[in-house]
Design a protein around this ligand. Structure first.
Ligand code: HEC
Length: 114
């Protein structure tokens, strides 16, 4: 049991170092957090806990492996809407640029890291 546990820890460590060796992240998480803060996304969404809207981790899990999700999420953030998670509507964000929408969408689908 102990050996198995050690192996698991080792594998985890290896994964982390491999990910770090892969270098530059695919997106700028700090910039995404800043835009999310500025647009009050955290007023309705938390990373790990459902409040008014689904948690960003719930959203990431729901769309895992969905190749159309980045475009879908960008559009939903821009136009708003309801009915996917419940009756409470997500407001539209018409002033966000396409680059900001793309970044937010990628970031949410990655589980909204810091
Ligand atoms: C006033 C509350 C509110 C704010 C502010 C808000 N959201 Fe939402 N959001 C919601 C609700 C409610 C839903 C669920 C909508 C549904 O069921 O279709 C949602 C859903 C989502 C989804 C999943 C959409 C889907 O179709 O599965 C994403 C992604 C998202 N929000 C991102 C954001 C981002 C990024 C921001 C900031 C720019 C933001 N939200 C601001 C309430 C909010």
């Amino acid at each position: 049991m102990k050996i198995l546990l050690n192996l698991a820890v080792l594998a985890l460590g290896l994964n982390v170092s491999l990910a770090m060796a892969a270098g530059t992240p695919a997106f700028d998480a700090a910039a995404a957090n800043q835009i999310a803060n500025k647009n009050a996304c955290f007023g309705c969404h938390q990373v790990a806990r459902q409040v008014v809207g689904p948690s960003f981790q719930q959203i990431a899990a729901k769309y895992q492996g969905d190749a159309a999700a980045p475009a879908k999420m960008a559009l939903k953030i821009k136009l708003g809407g309801s009915g996917v998670w419940g009756v409470i509507p997500m407001p539209a964000h018409p002033t966000l640029s396409d680059a900001e929408l793309k970044l937010l969408s990628t970031w949410v689908l990655a589980g909204a890291p810091k």
